[in-house]
Ligand binder design. Sequence first.
Ligand code: HEC
Ligand code: HEC
Length: 284
Amino acid sequence: MRQAARLFGSGALLALLMAGSGSADPDHDDLIVNGEIDMIERAPAPPYVEAFDEIISGWSFRSDETQALQMDDFDNPGMLGVERARVMFDTPMGSGGQACSSCHETPEALRGVRATYPKWDEERQTVQTVEMQVNECLTERMGAEPLGYDSPEMVDMAALIASVSRGMVVNVAIDGPARPVWEQGRELYYTRFGQLELACANCHEDNAGRMIRADHLSQGQINGFPTYRLNNAALISVHNRFRGCIRDTRAETFPVGSPELVALELYVASRGNGLTVEGPAVRN
Ligand code: HEC
Ligand code: HEC
């Protein structure tokens, strides 16, 4: 029975791959944003990523047209979300009448955050994502209502926080107390989900570089998040993307902000240690 399910799983993947048109290497173009932020699109794989010698940004797998949109902020539709969040950053919210800027002065004061999150929070004894950290400031420091984890306002704010770290090398810590959470994330990455019995690794490790339907499969890195997706005409959070990928295997998914997706985010982020922060990136 188990064997049969396995065979079905690989058969389903094979069918999806056959519907594409073979394999295509990611390109070697150089991503320089606004003529000044020189990104690292390829880096040596961290030792715990055994499937690859090299980790590669999702940007290198996209078409020239999509790539071009990320090379200039005037062409990048994700920057509109960043601008909206800049206004929010200066807007008083909550019972204390404070804005983010009352304490953090400018968004640039948060440079470096995106490169090291998700991160272990000593006080809370848990791994926090950027979104959790923003809600902590809103509820505990400002007397405001939390934003929905995946609300447009939160995704905009996450895009702003990513944008001020662009070009910085991703360096997420996976040792110390974060270790068990990281291990849980790794476990999930290799778990087969849904009727199609597919794990993240079946697509993003075993078949990275191949075509799946009309899509060029990348390594599933998250250094470009939040990403502006042309298909959705919207900025998309990390957890939204994970949920979409799990849904495509016809499985039930975990809610945004759930411990499972936080663990998965920590693990996937660590697979990109050595690439640069690109958010908001542009994808199809
Ligand atoms: C009343 C002061 C205050 C306000 C207002 C405030 N914060 Fe914070 N924020 C803090 C403190 C204190 C910390 C924790 C200390 C630290 O890590 O720098 C923090 C930490 C953070 C961090 C993590 C920084 C890091 O280095 O890990 C982010 C991101 C952040 N705040 C975003 C925001 C955003 C976005 C807003 C507005 C919605 C906001 N904060 C409003 C005081 C504030
Ligand atoms: C059936 C194959 C399949 C599975 C299984 C799958 N994905 Fe994906 N994923 C895709 C496709 C296709 C895309 C869009 C093309 C691309 O960016 O790779 C994508 C995109 C992504 C992206 C966006 C990458 C970028 O640079 O914007 C991330 C992140 C991602 N997947 C993570 C995951 C995770 C985590 C899992 C497991 C929970 C998973 N995927 C499971 C097919 C899959």
